[in-house]
Ligand binder design. Structure first.
Ligand SMILES: [Zn+2]
Length: 55
């Protein structure tokens, strides 16, 4: 399963057992990305650690 980095458009390989809201690191630009969907796989920039997530 692969998804596209919203920051640099790199293709990112996702683990077969990846779950929604999991954080993955872009291998190309090292951005922290959150899995926001699985069908199809979609990524978004993760909120900064320590910030109020404010669902
Ligand atoms: Zn990237």
């Amino acid at each position: 399963m692969t998804a596209t980095c919203p920051e640099c458009d790199a293709m990112i390989a996702l683990a077969a057992d990846v779950v929604e809201h999991e954080i993955v690191i872009c291998t190309d630009c090292a951005a922290e990305l959150e899995v926001i969907g699985l069908d199809p796989p979609a990524l978004a920039l993760a909120p900064e650690v320590g910030e109020d997530w404010g669902e």
